[in-house]
Design a protein around this ligand. Structure first.
Ligand code: AHM
Ligand code: MG
Length: 334
């Protein structure tokens, strides 16, 4: 390890390129780092501690909640109760935002999150993540989230935490992407890679191919195209772990494409896929673009989409520029 480990907070306070005040970013990210450390510690002890399995409740999306979904969401709420300048939390696990009036002084922010991404992996010691987006609130905003229903290009910062063999925090505030690794002895996130660049082209694709019979024809043709190369050197390998943060992290570092497309159901109804725009797709899209990659819903860049609901879903094609542009050419959502 470096003799001069650069911690997340120091890194944020000493950089100059962001339009958001660095002190504000440092205050918000200090809270997110505390949450990430608590979740990381919880996951290490989850198997023997009896924290696995379903809670018996369903979330706003009608999905069965795991005990850890609920625990990680509660952790966000507890930690941000004393989270000035963040006055609202929007979460996959809550129908409405939670508002902290006491934190609402002057310039204030909302944190939008998927507290436990990939939670189906939680019972099998698989990869898990936490995805977060930070948006500035409009002056004079109310208790609802209407001022937050703006394109992802308005995010002031975003990123994710990946709980793998190491816990890593990936962060962007619009001036490149930096990756921090949790040093457990120090209890600090230490800068590991600065201004990461995603390769323009990759050799892997990530998609739940078990859903292929419900894909639009263009999406099926795209995957046929990617898997039809005869020579090994130019063919793609399938890598899919069931955790968006985990699959995306590989693509950030090595290139490729992650896809969660829309579907055509047996009754002819067309869906927007599974993943949610405001706290799963927009933050990952900001990271991808800041690393030189792309994110599209098949037709429009993810960061240009204006949500109409905090839990809106959209299809996603995210990763290296070449693969995302290739995907769009197949018109996979029509
Ligand atoms: P979650 O936030 O409820 O865990 O759902 C999101 C996850 C992503 O991490 C992952 O890529 C995807 O859902 C997997 O879904 P599927 O099992 O349909 O392939
Ligand atoms: Mg989740």
């Amino acid at each position: 390890m470096s003799d001069q480990p650069l911690t997340l907070t120091r890194h944020l306070l000493t950089r100059e390129e962001t339009t958001t005040p660095p002190e504000d970013l440092a205050l918000v990210m200090e809270r997110i780092a505390v949450i990430a450390k608590r979740i990381s510690r919880k996951l290490i002890h989850a198997t023997l501690g009896g924290h696995l399995g379903y809670s018996g409740d369903t979330n706003v999306q009608g999905e069965q909640q795991k005990k850890l979904d609920d625990w990680t969401n509660q952790t966000f709420l507890e930690v941000f109760r004393h989270g000035y300048p963040v006055c609202s939390i929007v979460s996959e696990e809550m129908e409405k935002p939670t508002h902290y009036e006491r934190n609402c002084r002057g310039r204030s922010y909302a944190v939008l999150c998927d507290p436990l991404d990939g939670s189906s992996n939680s019972d099998n010691n698989g990869l898990l993540g936490t995805i977060f987006s930070i948006r500035e609130r409009a002056r004079g905003h109310g208790f609802d989230a209407s001022d937050l229903l703006a394109p992802g290009s308005r995010q002031v910062a975003a990123g994710y935490v990946l709980y793998g063999p190491a816990t890593q925090l990936v962060f962007t505030a619009g001036a490149g992407v930096d990756i921090f690794t949790l040093d457990r002895e120090l209890g600090e996130f230490i800068l590991w890679r600065e201004k990461v660049k995603m390769p323009r082209r990759g050799t892997t694709y990530a998609v739940n191919q078990g859903n292929a019979s419900r894909w639009h024809p263009g999406m099926r043709k795209l995957v046929e195209h990617m898997t039809s190369r005869k020579d090994k050197a130019s063919s793609y390998a399938l890598r899919y772990c069931g955790c968006f943060a985990g699959d995306f992290h590989r693509i950030l570092l090595e290139g490729g494409i992650y896809i969660y497309p829309g579907e055509v159901l047996p009754d002819g109804k067309v869906t927007n896929g599974k993943l949610r725009l405001m706290y799963e797709l927009a933050p990952m899209a900001m990271v991808a673009e800041q690393a030189g990659g792309r994110a599209s819903n098949g037709n429009v860049d993810i960061l240009d989409l204006t949500p109409t609901d905090i839990h809106e879903r959209q299809p996603i094609y995210i990763g290296s520029t070449e693969e995302v542009t290739l995907a769009e050419r197949f018109k996979p959502e029509s």
